[in-house]
Write a protein that binds this ligand. Structure first.
Ligand code: HEC
Length: 94
């Protein structure tokens, strides 16, 4: 997801919509679906409640990258990064 954020930021800087969309999709539904069931079964619901919407926000950003102004995309990316902050503040791997 850090790589996605990096690509999104660079894409915004270069007004490269394709790059933003491609970077965002890396952390979208595809990543959510790639979570193995064995891992999924052990994750607390409170983790999934933050993680699930985060992947959806990446998908939404990928769609918005096609049409929205760059400053709006940057605003959305900032909001998305609140998800990173929220989850990291709560969860640690033991
Ligand atoms: C649903 C929870 C959750 C969300 C949302 C989340 N993370 Fe994480 N992230 C974690 C956990 C848990 C770890 C492991 C922390 C630890 O090592 O104790 C982690 C670790 C990381 C690491 C360190 C990886 C490593 O190899 O050590 C990076 C970088 C990172 N996250 C980036 C992000 C970014 C960027 C976002 C937002 C786009 C994000 N994360 C959103 C839960 C989350």
């Amino acid at each position: 997801m850090l790589a996605s954020v990096q690509g999104i930021m660079q894409g915004i800087g270069e007004s490269d919509r394709g790059r933003i969309a491609e970077s965002a999709r890396l952390s979208g539904n595809r990543m959510a679906r790639a979570t193995p069931n064995t891992v999924r079964a052990r994750l607390p619901q409170s983790f999934k409640d933050i993680g699930g919407p985060t992947h959806m926000m990446f998908e939404e950003l990928a769609v918005r990258a096609e049409t929205d102004e760059m400053d709006m995309i940057a605003r959305d990316a900032g909001k998305l990064m609140n998800q990173c902050m929220t989850c990291h503040a709560t969860f640690r791997v033991q």
